[in-house]
Structure formats: structure tokens, C-alpha cells
Design a protein around this ligand. Structure first.
Ligand code: SF4
Length: 386
């Protein structure tokens, strides 16, 4: 029987019936692929006896990653959220193969009729026209330069980027016109683009944040299965800093009683590697993420699951999550204040956040708009579009 509508994105805990699903999800973050909150149909795996005799044809296959080309009309997205420090983003990818179980971009896949679970990690929308669109938007007379966050949604250096090079093509455009950009990633692949980033940094045009959550390899492997290993993230920060790029360590998300006890050790490792700034965000569990996360937590850390959720709810007035500005990022109450005080003390002791990094906008030179071939030939558009 399907679950009631308000419950349908809350995935169920793993049990023996779900062992096939677990095989399918090997090497991924989410353990299930429940329908998104907008779907009228609800599907769940059911073993009707095929494969009981060990027939290889009926053994579940490991999920493959699928790249789906998307052709948007514009590429810069603007936001007015008062608790976000940037007003524009570029997201060359939607969905993320890194598969972090806590990823707050997961629920966006439901808008596409897909699951925020395994679909989010395996059906990736890619925008190969991003650089051309960006050049066109920068050339508009009304465009005002401002720091672009690349990306505010999903990782710009996820595995597909190695081959597709969409992020690299965006950086080439921004470098060409001296436009400021801030990057955030959990991948060591960012160092591939040092040849673009280092000259931009010398002009005060770029900063990079490395999201750095744990030094525990086992935790990293289950929680963020396809991101760079912890030691690779430290080395990435070091390489970036040595190339003169301002580096921020984002210890986010902090999950109480899971990676939160590591906060000071993470900040120390980041400072030693050359990061000059740091930040953190508390675990956020809106919509489908709550079910996916608790399912993962109970399967991987059953000894701590109750404590993690109890502390998190203490910081959110008894709820898994609150969406109000400010409080959604850090919670409130005694435990939230304790985490905040520890962060403040550690950053002060380590000399982190003692200088501001503001990127320059005054060097920007807009691209020269390309002539419209229709106008040049004197031909009028049949449909009157611009
Ligand atoms: S790397 Fe970032 S975008 Fe990708 S799954 Fe992890 S949290 Fe989400």
C-alpha cells in the first residue's frame, strides 16, 4: 500500500527486503531511491522470486552515471536570500555524483520528476553551452559585475567535469574579461585549473573554498562516497594556497556527535595547509533529505543515530529542520551556541578569518557583443524575437 502523501518522501529504514537495493547502491551515498514529493506514483523494490536460484541475469547491476544535456536560455541565477553572502551563481551541473548523503541540493531533483535519492547521484544534468551563455550575459549593457559563486548548488568539479570541462570553459570566459569568481568544491580536480586560477588570483579576482568535513576515512567514504579523500582535500588546499589563491575551509555541514567533535582538528589541518578563512554550517535536513539521512545514519552508525538526531532537534526547537533565515544555517539553543563558541575560539587561535578577502570588480571589461547575423543581413525575424 502506498504511504500517505505527506510521508512518501520519508524513505524507510533498510531491512532484509531491501538487500537488493543496497547492492544497487554500492559506492553511492543514498541507500534508496524513493519518489520525489511531487510524484503521484510511489515505487518501491519488490523481489518476486527471480534470481533466487543464483541466475546471474537477475542479479542487480551497479548503477551507472548518466549525463543528460540541458540547454538553458540563461546561465547566471540571482538570489536575494539575506543569509547568503552572494547574489549570483552559475551551476553547470544539476545533481552530483559525489553523492554526499546530507546534500541540500537533493530535493531539487524532485522538480524534475526524479528521486532525491540515487537519481540525484546518477542522473546528472549538464550544461555544455554554459560558457557561451555566460559570455552573452556579460556583454549585456545592463550587466553589473559582482562576485559569481561557482557553484552555489552542486559541485563544479564532480567526476563528469574531468571529461566535459564545462567549469573550465566558464573560468576561461571569466578570466578573459577579468570578472571576479568564488569557487567551492570537495574535489582535488580544481588543481587542474591552476593555470587559470593563479593569474586570476594575482589580480584579486578569485577565491576557492574547499568543503572539508572529516579526517576519518571511513566516515568520508560512507558519507561522501565520491568526493576527494580527506588527505587529498588537505593537499588541495595546500596546492591552491601555494599558488597564491585565497583558500577558505568550509567545515560544512557540522553533524552533531558525528563529525562535529572533529571541528578543531579540521580547522587546524586547514590552517596548517594554508587556508586563511573558515566557515561552518550546521546539518540541514529539509524535505526528502531527512528520510535519506536518517536511513543512512541508522544503517552506518546505529550506535550514534539517536544521539545525533536528538542533538540536532535540540538546535531546531524539537524539529529535524527549520527553514527560517539565519537559524537554518546554525540552529539555536545551548548546543548551537557551544559549537559557535568552539568555532570562534579555534579560528581566533589559528589566525583564521583575521583578514577579509574581497574580490575586485573594477577590472571587468565587458565582452564586445557579437553582431546579430540576421540584423547584419537585413533579414527580419519571422517571429519578431530579439
Ligand atoms: S559535493 Fe556538494 S553538491 Fe555534491 S553531493 Fe556533496 S554536498 Fe552535494
Amino acid at each position: 500500500m502506498p504511504p500517505p502523501p505527506q510521508e512518501k518522501w520519508k524513505t524507510r529504514s533498510l531491512d532484509a527486503d531491501w538487500s537488493e537495493q543496497r547492492d544497487l547502491a554500492r559506492g553511492r551515498g543514498a541507500l534508496s531511491n524513493a519518489s520525489g514529493r511531487f510524484e503521484k506514483q510511489y515505487a518501491e523494490p519488490f523481489d518476486d522470486g527471480w534470481g533466487e536460484d543464483g541466475d546471474e541475469d537477475f542479479k542487480p547491476q551497479t548503477l551507472q552515471t548518466e549525463a543528460i544535456v540541458e540547454r538553458p536560455k540563461t546561465i547566471i541565477t540571482y538570489n536575494t536570500s539575506p543569509d547568503i553572502s552572494f547574489d549570483r551563481t552559475i551551476n553547470p551541473y544539476k545533481g552530483c555524483e559525489h553523492g554526499c548523503i546530507y546534500c541540500f541540493a537533493r530535493p531539487n531533483h524532485a522538480y524534475r520528476g526524479l528521486s532525491p535519492g540515487l537519481d540525484f547521484e546518477t542522473k546528472i544534468f549538464v550544461k555544455p553551452s554554459a560558457a557561451a551563455l555566460l559570455e552573452r550575459e556579460l556583454a549585456k549593457r545592463t550587466y553589473k559585475p559582482g562576485r559569481i559563486m561557482l557553484a552555489g548548488d552542486t559541485d563544479i568539479y564532480q567526476p563528469l567535469e574531468k571529461e566535459l570541462k564545462i567549469t573550465r570553459s566558464i573560468l576561461e570566459v571569466l578570466a578573459r574579461y577579468d570578472h571576479p569568481v568564488a569557487l567551492i568544491t570537495k574535489s582535488a580536480l580544481v588543481t587542474r585549473d591552476l593555470d587559470i586560477l593563479a593569474p586570476m588570483a594575482a589580480k584579486g579576482l578569485v577565491s576557492v573554498a574547499v568543503s572539508f568535513t572529516t579526517l576519518d576515512r571511513r566516515l568520508a567514504r560512507t558519507m561522501e562516497p565520491r568526493c576527494a579523500a580527506p588527505h587529498r582535500r588537505v593537499e588541495t588546499m595546500r596546492e591552491l594556497a601555494q599558488a597564491g589563491i585565497p583558500v577558505t575551509a568550509m567545515t560544512a555541514p557540522m553533524i552533531p556527535a558525528l563529525n562535529e567533535p572533529e571541528m578543531e582538528a579540521l580547522l587546524e589541518a586547514a590552517a596548517e595547509a594554508g587556508a586563511t578563512r573558515a566557515g561552518y554550517v550546521l546539518l540541514r535536513l529539509p524535505l526528502e533529505i531527512a528520510g535519506l539521512f536518517t536511513e543512512w545514519l541508522e544503517a552506518n552508525y546505529p550506535d550514534r543515530a539517536k544521539r545525533v538526531m536528538s542533538l540536532l532537534r535540540q538546535m531546531h526547537n524539537g524539529n529535524d529542520y527549520r527553514s527560517e533565515w539565519k537559524v537554518r544555517q546554525r540552529g539555536d539553543g545551548p548546543y548551537a551556541r557551544l559549537i559557535e563558541a568552539r568555532f570562534r575560539n579555534a579560528t581566533k587561535r589559528l589566525g583564521l578569518n583575521s583578514v577579509n578577502v574581497s574580490l575586485r570588480t573594477d577590472l571587468f571589461r565587458p565582452p564586445v557583443p557579437k553582431p546579430d547575423p540576421k540584423a547584419a543581413s537585413g533579414q527580419m525575424s519571422l517571429f519578431g524575437e530579439e
